[in-house]
Design a binder for this molecule. Structure first.
Ligand SMILES: Cc1cc2nc3c(=O)[nH]c(=O)nc-3n(C[C@H](O)[C@H](O)[C@H](O)COP(=O)(O)OP(=O)(O)OC[C@H]3O[C@@H](n4cnc5c(N)ncnc54)[C@H](O)[C@@H]3O)c2cc1C
Length: 427
């Protein structure tokens, strides 16, 4: 995107075209202005417009420019925090609400894809959270037990069944989450944008919001070449936030994450590696993830930024790690390589913010934004439509606060991943 082959990689190469849009030019009026064209903004826009609201969505660059166009495409159910720990972290009311909402969030994604016939390579075959060693196995056993006790469709698989599904015997077991799946992330974002436009939303791209003004109970949202007046503003800018809501970005620690997509694998490899097309990630601290795309490319990722020395280090590691996992893959060629920034919060949970009267937003999905962004977008729409009071929202209201040593932590993540990947499989 924007002539950078390492920003959106494979997803840009294979996604259907977005709707035709142009920069905001002149003055407009709406019920709601949405800032940000990722899953949160697009889902809010779609749900509001379907309920009859007049909506203008302003995107700084292009639809899916942020995490929505760069991610792995795992439609996860739930967060990193263990299900039984969540009520302790958020309090019992919000904890249970969030578990229920996020556990069912992949279902909403799949329903929207069906309803709006979004061509985004959806696979409904679940995800496999793969255990590395005895500690990893203990972690997924606990997770499986806790989700099962809540009636979730998860199953613990032993090492042999995991090896059959993955095509590698590297793991001591896995947690199959049948609620989850995979998709082509940019195609999903662009599909939501088409559906939103059809429902009546006006989308302006290349329109970064640079300021706001309050006049007589309404907001004026300004870009360099125009302005929109509205009663409500939804801030859906998350980790790529610029302009007036810089605090959304600065309350997060950015974790770089890359992906390499192989050339389409041959018939035999496609029969042995992920024949069921589940999405995978592992329990390592510097985790790896992989999934197939529709054409049989293996998309393999981990922590790190593909810039400066990181490019060669992570590329070399990815080749070695793939060969170790799947010896038959040989010296596989990469067709695309890209990376993005994941916004992490200090308790690994998302945030609900009210920046001013009538200015609201969710953010901070900790690398799990496809399903949460979609469901929180709908939640924001329901809140604005008066159907969901603040007291009934799935998260408590908090003020953005910058974590200590944020910049140092970001340097540490980027450099630490390079050191780990340089050493891994060499020493
Ligand atoms: C490499 C990577 C891998 C990931 N893997 C997964 C995964 O497998 N599964 C999963 O569920 N999640 C994953 N995520 C996380 C997921 O992509 C994000 O949580 C999700 O995209 C957040 O959606 P959003 O709509 O809130 O924000 P975004 O998708 O980031 O969209 C925000 C948008 O706001 C725009 N914007 C910012 N400031 C302004 C402004 N001033 N004016 C106008 N527009 C503005 C940006 O340009 C951007 O397009 C991953 C993220 C990354 C980076």
């Amino acid at each position: 995107m924007l002539n950078d082959p390492r920003s959106h990689g494979l997803w840009e190469k294979t996604a259907p075209e977005p709707p035709t849009t142009s920069p905001l030019d002149g003055a407009m009026s709406a019920d709601v202005v949405i800032v940000g064209g990722g899953y949160t903004g697009l889902s809010s826009a779609l749900h509001l417009a379907e309920a009859g609201s007049k909506v203008v969505l302003l995107e700084a660059k292009e639809i899916g420019f942020g995490g929505a166009g760069r991610n792995v495409g795992l439609i996860n159910a739930g967060m990193w925090v263990m299900p039984n720990d969540l009520p302790g972290v958020l309090g019992p009311v919000h904890g249970e609400r969030l578990l229920d909402l996020l556990g069912n969030a992949p279902k909403l994604v799949m329903e929207l894809i069906d309803k709006h016939q979004i061509a985004c390579e959806l696979e409904r075959n679940g995800t496999l959270h793969c255990a590395v060693g005895a500690d990893g196995l203990k972690e997924i056993e606990d997770r499986a037990a806790q989700w099962s006790a809540r009636g979730a469709a998860v199953t613990l698989l032993d090492a042999a069944e995991t090896a059959k599904r993955i095509g590698s015997d590297a793991y001591t077991g896995s947690l199959l989450d049948k609620r989850a799946g995979t998709l082509q992330p940019l195609a999903y974002a662009r599909g939501l944008a088409h559906a939103a436009v059809k429902a009546g939303v006006t989308i302006h791209t290349s329109s970064p919001v640079i300021g706001t003004e309050r006049n007589g109970g309404r907001w004026t949202v300004k870009t360099a070449s125009g302005e929109v007046s509205a009663e409500w503003i939804i801030v859906a800018t998350d980790a790529y936030s610029t302009g007036p809501w810089e605090q959304v970005r600065s309350e997060q620690v950015h974790l770089p994450y890359f992906n390499f997509a192989t050339v389409p694998l041959g018939h035999n490899l496609r029969q042995s590696i992920l024949p069921g097309r589940e999405g995978v990630w592992d329990t390592k601290e510097i985790l790896s993830s992989f999934r197939m795309d529709q054409a049989g490319r293996l998309v393999f990722g981990s922590v790190g930024a593909l810039r400066n020395t990181g490019l060669a280090v992570h590329r070399g590691w990815a080749k070695r790690a793939l060969k170790r996992l799947f010896p038959d893959i040989g010296d596989v060629e990469f067709e695309c390589e890209w990376y993005g920034q994941i916004g992490m919060t200090d308790n690994a949970l998302p945030r609900f913010h009210k920046f001013a009267p009538g200015v609201v937003g969710f953010s901070g999905y900790n690398g799990r934004g496809i399903a949460p962004g979609t469901v929180f977008g709908r939640t924001l729409a329901e809140h604005i439509l008066g159907r969901l009071p603040e007291a009934d929202l799935p998260l408590p209201l908090t003020s953005p606060t910058e974590p200590s040593f944020r910049a140092l932590k970001e340097i540490w993540y980027e450099a630490g991943a390079q050191v780990a990947h340089f050493a891994d499989a060499r020493f």
